[in-house]
Design a protein around this ligand. Structure first.
Ligand code: SAM
Length: 175
């Protein structure tokens, strides 16, 4: 997999701030290049990009996108679209096929997603056919479809980095 972006649908500014931020942070930590937010909430972009500045990598957030246009553009440019939904095909049954994709958009909802998305997507994929969380769905999917372990990736260029330690906290700060 070369490129992965998240498309976040249905974010409600008051209710979903924390979970949408966690979707973005999780996607960043597990190898996605950015998140497209199909709602107007500039604070999400600000918070996640601040983390990226401090902790490294080039993760971006695009605020207030038109989701249909983004899907159309992505597909015109040769990308595939994977909608995460508990009603879809269970991830283990599709992972080999998805892994071959060079350019993948992962779509996650908040409130009920527009029904059109089920037809626009190349895959409707369940991370187990039980309801849970978009954060968990993104994390497990990124881990399962990765060609190399996303927990071993290095996000460089940040002001802070962690020296893993058995106890306590070791952080290097660059000027
Ligand atoms: N309350 C909403 C509703 O009534 O439709 C559903 C909320 S659900 C927590 C939000 C998003 O999490 C879904 O749109 C989907 O992207 C993701 N999600 C939840 N469970 C999932 C599962 N088992 N597999 C894949 N995605 C899942």
């Amino acid at each position: 997999m070369k490129r992965i972006v998240i498309l976040r649908l249905g974010h409600r500014v008051f209710r979903d701030k924390r979970i949408t931020t966690h979707v973005g942070l999780t996607a960043r930590a597990l190898g996605a290049e950015g998140m497209l937010l199909a709602s107007d909430d500039p604070s999400i972009k600000q918070n996640i990009e601040d983390v990226a500045t401090r902790w490294g990598g080039n993760f971006y957030v695009v605020n207030d996108v038109n989701w249909k246009q983004e899907i159309r553009k992505w597909k015109e440019e040769g990308g595939k679209v994977c909608h995460l939904s508990m009603y879809g095909i269970n991830l283990p049954d599709a992972v080999a096929e998805i892994r071959q994709c060079e350019k993948l958009m992962l779509v996650v909802g908040a409130e009920k997603v527009p029904s059109e998305i089920y037809d626009l997507a190349d895959w409707n994929i369940a991370v187990g056919n039980q309801p849970h969380s978009e954060v968990a769905a993104v994390a497990i999917t990124l881990d399962r479809i990765a060609l190399s372990d996303p927990l071993q990736q290095c996000l460089s260029g940040g002001k802070l980095s962690i020296i893993p330690t058995e106890r306590g906290k070791k952080v290097i700060e660059r000027q």
